[in-house]
Write a protein of this length. Structure first.
Length: 312
């Protein structure tokens, strides 16, 4: 595959793309207007539009989205690498949205809504993990043809991935500082670093439900990485003593475990895929490469939910 000469079909004339990050003007429809439209079109799709766009293009800003791929080399496999990187960033944003909203529901003691949201978050985590099915079609030879053009770019510099890690409780002030020179990104990152995580909200919910939780687990420096607490494990053990669909705290614990499992699988596949591509070479972003990723794979979100398994 890397021996192919890359050829790009000309799909979009960049000079005609409307720039801007805001939503494009659009109208609205209703059941009644859509039924009337079918009568006028005879059931065929609309094809006549005014101006220089169409509603679907405007709704999704498709022409702009598909003009944001700026490859740095002539290597064939860079296109796959670049596209999948952008796909993952969109999925991280979508996943973070779900996790953030699940967190808000837990703050309001609405575990039912939080559980509904976490089903989607887990599905997104599994979907992101499958991105490695595509990326693993890149060979070491193909990757080496464009790797130098990455400069010091690294997936560890993804602020959306860092937001996902932080909302799940894996805080790291040093890694957050990589975005301190980005005034349009840093305030949100700093807020995420210094705010309670989704797991912190689950622990607070345990306390509100009458479980004895140490004050150190309820009021602490949220920017610090979470340290397992014996009182939290005891509370979850009490929850697991009454498993079943009637116990919403048990359902919450298992939903968090399923989410953690999906992200742990993603991290593991990342580690194995990078080892397959570069062996033990250093990473592009200053890390030890595979050595750093292997360290990352050992981390578990929601540690008490893992450790209590030994006592069940």
């Amino acid at each position: 595959m890397p021996r192919y000469k890359r050829q790009h079909p000309q799909l979009i004339d960049p000079s005609g793309v409307q720039p801007g990050i805001g939503p494009r003007p659009m109208g609205t429809t209703s059941d009644a207007s859509r039924a009337e439209m079918v009568q006028s079109t005879g059931g065929q799709p609309l094809v006549d539009f005014q101006g220089r766009s169409n509603p679907y293009n405007d709704y999704q800003s498709i022409d702009l989205l598909l003009s944001l791929q700026h490859l740095r080399s002539d290597a064939y496999d860079e296109h796959c690498f670049y596209m999948m990187g952008q796909v993952k960033e969109l999925l991280f944003k979508a996943m973070h949205f779900e996790l953030y909203n699940a967190q808000q529901q837990l703050r309001q003691d609405d575990t039912g809504s939080a559980l509904e949201i976490l089903v989607r978050a887990r599905a997104m985590g599994e979907y992101i993990g499958r991105s490695w099915d595509v990326l693993n079609t890149i060979s070491p030879e193909g990757f080496n043809q464009f790797r130098d053009h990455l400069s010091t770019a690294s997936g560890q510099l993804s602020f959306m991935y860092r937001h996902v890690e932080f909302i799940l409780g894996n805080k790291n002030r040093r890694l957050a500082s990589a975005f301190s020179n980005m005034p349009h990104v840093w305030p949100g990152m700093q807020s995420a670093l210094e705010s309670p995580s989704l797991y912190d909200e689950a622990i607070a919910l345990l306390a509100r439900r009458g479980h004895a939780i140490d004050a150190a687990a309820l009021q602490r420096d949220w920017s610090e990485d979470y340290v397992p607490n014996e009182s939290v494990e005891k509370a979850w053990l009490a929850v697991y003593a009454d498993p079943g669909p009637h116990n919403d705290l048990y359902q919450l614990a298992e939903a968090l475990m399923a989410l953690c499992d999906a992200l742990t699988q993603y991290r593991w596949r990342h580690f194995v895929s990078v080892q397959r591509l570069i062996g033990m070479k250093p990473g592009t972003g200053g890390s030890a490469g595979v050595g750093w990723l292997q360290h990352v794979t050992s981390h578990r979100f929601f540690p008490e939910l893992w450790s209590l398994r030994t006592q069940l």
